[in-house]
Every structure is written in structure tokens, then in C-alpha cells.
Design a protein around this ligand. Structure first.
Ligand code: 2HA
Ligand code: ZN
Length: 270
């Protein structure tokens, strides 16, 4: 059996979460990431019949029965993942229609997966229906996106249009735009279901006064998605209090659609 700490998915997870911490997106125990793995991928490094513990999930997700996930641990700090991956991360397999998670590796201090596990798993279900290649759900607390939810309308079309106008790349990177949830209690099945519902139409979902969720096919792409939205929000927070003299017009947005072969969310451009 090969050493799991050398697995490309593990190396990438450690690098990405460290990078997220370095960006200031994951203070203390803020943020959580889940990466779907193939059984064959896992079996190269672990005896998949060797279940260390079984942990109830508190939700039902039959679509994810038998699926494997590498997930950050509850109460754990992204800052520490690189130094103790087996304490701060875990690999689980969902069984019993998703009601139980079998721990195959990690959470070595007796811990378990993130408190936002429902939002992650329900979002995986929603995104897999749109794109079978989706493997990653990522949550974090980038300061400018968060700040924006205090001073900008939470109307999804307006929020999206503002971000698109802040840097040329935004519409190219997230043509589906950004969906927005009002403040809700985190860690619950309710916010999980609401997030998943929003994930049906966009890969980015803002949690007002809390943070953001992103979904994508790999860690790099999902990180880049959030990074681009956060850059847009950063520009907005730099200019929102100043007189606006120039912007990117809808006509220019249409040029970007053509040039980069993307289609903006229906009805969002004039
Ligand atoms: O796990 O970010 O939303 C810490 C959080 C909860
Ligand atoms: Zn959070």
C-alpha cells in the first residue's frame, strides 16, 4: 500500500487549504473543503474494508451512497493542516443512503467532519446533477465578499452585475453569476438545503454576513473561482464610496461573451 500522504489528492488538498489560510480566508477554524474521490483512487492507499469508525451524518442523501470524500475536520484550523493532516482531515465513505459516514482515515484525535457537512454533501448532489465532473465544494470567509454583503443589495442579479463590472475577467470566470442567501444559521440542514438549491443555477453562493461557497471540478479551479469573485469584491470595496466615472458596459460584456465563448446568465445583461 502506498503512503497516503504522497497521494496527489492529499498533496493538493494540503496545498490548497494552506493557500486559503495564507489568503486570509480561513481565520481560526473558519472554512471547510470537501473533495470527492474515486474508490480506485482511495484503494491505492487504504484498505477500503478497514472502517475505523462510523459517524452519523444527520441527513439523507441516497445519491451519494458509496461515495468517498476527503473532508476538513470540525473545529480544525486550516493553518494546522499542513503540519498534521491526519488530525485535521479525514476520508469517509457514505453508506446507509448517506445517513452514516464510514471513517477510513484521519480525524486521528477522535474528531469528525466539518459542521457544514450537510451543506457540502447537499451541494455535491446539486452540482453533480448539473455537471458529473464536479468534485469539490469549498467554503471560506473572504473579507471583501463578506464586507460587500453589508453595503450592497443582496439581489442576485444586482450583486452579480456589480462583480462582473469590477474586473474584466469576472464574467468569463463565472458567467452563471453569484447566488446569494440572506443571513441564516450555519451548520444546519436548512442552510444546507438552501445552499444546494442555489447551487443548481450557479457555482458560487454567498452566505450574507458569513462567507461564500464555491463548487468545481478540482481544487485549483474552485479556488480560482472564489479568488476571482473576491477580487471583484475587493475592487468594489475600494471604489464604492467614490464617484463612479467609468464601468464595463453591457455592450463590452457581450464582446467578452463572444471572445471567450461563454454565455452570461439569462436576463442578466441588457
Ligand atoms: O467551520 O466556517 O461555517 C467553520 C465555518 C462554519
Ligand atoms: Zn463559515
Amino acid at each position: 500500500m502506498k503512503d497516503i500522504l504522497t497521494a496527489p489528492f492529499m498533496v493538493e488538498m494540503i496545498r490548497t487549504t494552506t493557500n486559503m489560510y495564507d489568503h486570509g480566508w480561513d481565520e481560526r477554524n473558519g472554512g471547510n473543503v470537501s473533495l470527492m474521490l474515486d474508490e480506485a483512487q482511495v484503494a491505492e492507499y487504504l484498505d477500503i474494508k478497514d472502517v475505523l469508525r462510523t459517524i452519523p451524518t444527520g441527513f439523507i442523501a441516497p445519491e451519494l451512497e458509496g461515495k468517498y470524500f476527503l473532508v476538513t475536520g470540525t473545529g480544525k484550523y486550516f493553518k494546522n493542516i499542513q503540519y498534521a493532516p491526519d488530525v485535521n482531515l479525514g476520508i469517509v465513505r457514505l453508506v446507509d443512503k448517506g445517513e452514516q459516514a464510514e471513517l477510513l482515515w484521519g480525524y486521528a484525535d477522535g474528531g469528525k467532519f466539518t459542521s457544514e457537512f450537510p451543506a457540502h454533501m447537499m451541494s455535491h448532489v446539486a452540482r453533480l446533477k448539473v455537471n458529473t465532473e464536479n468534485r469539490v465544494v469549498m467554503h471560506c470567509h473572504p473579507a471583501n465578499l463578506l464586507a460587500m454583503t453589508y453595503v450592497h443589495t443582496l439581489d442576485e442579479k444586482e450583486f452579480t452585475r456589480t462583480l462582473w463590472q469590477m474586473c474584466t475577467e469576472c464574467i468569463v470566470v463565472f458567467p452563471d453569476g453569484v447566488n446569494v442567501l440572506p443571513w441564516m444559521l450555519c451548520g444546519t440542514n436548512e442552510i444546507g438545503e438552501a445552499t444546494a438549491e442555489k447551487m443548481r443555477t450557479a457555482r458560487l453562493v454567498v452566505w450574507s454576513q458569513h462567507g461564500i461557497y464555491g463548487a468545481g471540478k478540482d481544487l485549483d479551479e474552485t479556488f480560482g473561482l472564489i479568488e476571482t469573485a473576491e477580487k471583484g469584491a475587493e475592487i468594489y470595496m475600494k471604489i464604492a464610496h467614490l464617484p463612479l466615472v467609468n464601468t464595463i458596459t453591457d455592450e463590452q460584456m457581450h464582446q467578452l461573451e463572444k471572445r471567450f465563448d461563454v454565455k452570461a446568465r439569462e436576463g442578466y445583461l441588457s
